[in-house]
Ligand binder design. Structure first.
Ligand SMILES: [Zn+2]
Length: 270
């Protein structure tokens, strides 16, 4: 039975991933969200059966039915990874809630308010981070229209979930302040103004000092690995601009999913 819910989370994630692709595009073009989907290459409307997450891409072999132009790999990739992340967060939350108890025997527990709020929070964070990830990767900008409302919603959800509001605010000040400091020292060369707002979101989303520090460390860890890789393969040189959101998004998700385990493992070493 639990697998049924994980599967439903996966399908829902695929739909949200599909929405994310179109949302990022329309956010950048400043378009309304409520128009029908159209082909970004030739601007013809897309029929519903050509707009099914992942499957349509495979069925059409990566080319639009309208104009035969290549469909970006971004589309199926985002749909598939959002689907996996939604399913994973459902699974991990259920496991966390049930502890050692069997998942299938205690399924009623997932009807619990706290579980549902936690799930909404995780899914919101996944959606916001995916949007920020694509946007920052493509255009080297953090979209405030996503980061700020997401930060506020995450703050409210965490209040409902029983987090201490003062701790949340201090985390946001540390997260935002950390990037503000770099912004001031480098006069906006290392990080952009959007990264400061992203730091505030990071503070609200972690809501704990240990996880906040872990997320920041992971951001730089992932960033340096990818950075060194890109330099080695000659794609970038050391002075290239860095899209911080691209590293921060996976760092925050890892912290959200496995933060306490990583911290427990680390402190257990001493
Ligand atoms: Zn087309």
């Amino acid at each position: 039975m639990i697998y049924y819910f994980i599967f439903v989370s996966f399908l829902f994630g695929a739909i949200i991933g599909s929405f994310t692709n179109c949302f990022v595009w329309r956010l950048h073009e400043n378009e309304t969200l409520w128009d029908r989907s159209y082909c970004p290459k030739c601007r013809k409307l897309i029929a519903w059966f050509d707009n099914i997450p992942v499957l349509s891409f495979l069925f059409l072999r990566g080319r639009g039915r309208c104009c035969g132009k290549k469909i970006s790999w971004q589309y199926p990739l985002v749909e598939f990874s959002t689907a996996c992340l939604f399913a994973l967060s459902f699974y991990l939350l259920a496991k966390n809630l049930l502890g050692e108890a069997s998942l299938s025997d205690n399924l009623y527990l997932i009807a619990d308010n706290k579980f549902i709020l936690s799930l909404i929070k995780d899914w919101l964070i996944i959606f916001a981070l995916t949007t920020i990830f694509i946007y920052d990767l493509r255009w080297y900008l953090i979209p405030d229209k996503v980061a700020l409302p997401a930060a506020l919603l995450i703050f409210l959800l965490n209040i409902f979930l029983g987090y201490n509001w003062l701790t949340l605010l201090i985390c946001a000040i540390i997260g935002g302040g950390f990037f503000l400091l770099q912004f001031l020292v480098s006069q906006g060369k290392w990080v952009g103004g959007g990264d400061i707002r992203l730091g505030i979101l990071l503070g609200f989303a972690t809501g704990r000092y240990d996880e906040l520090i872990l997320a920041i460390l992971l951001t730089y860890f992932i960033g340096s690995i990818i950075g060194v890789g890109l330099v080695i393969f000659g794609k970038k040189d050391w002075s290239s601009k860095v899209p911080l959101g691209v590293f921060l998004a996976p760092a925050l998700l890892i912290t959200l999913f496995w933060g306490q385990r990583i911290i427990g493992w680390y402190t257990g070493m001493f």
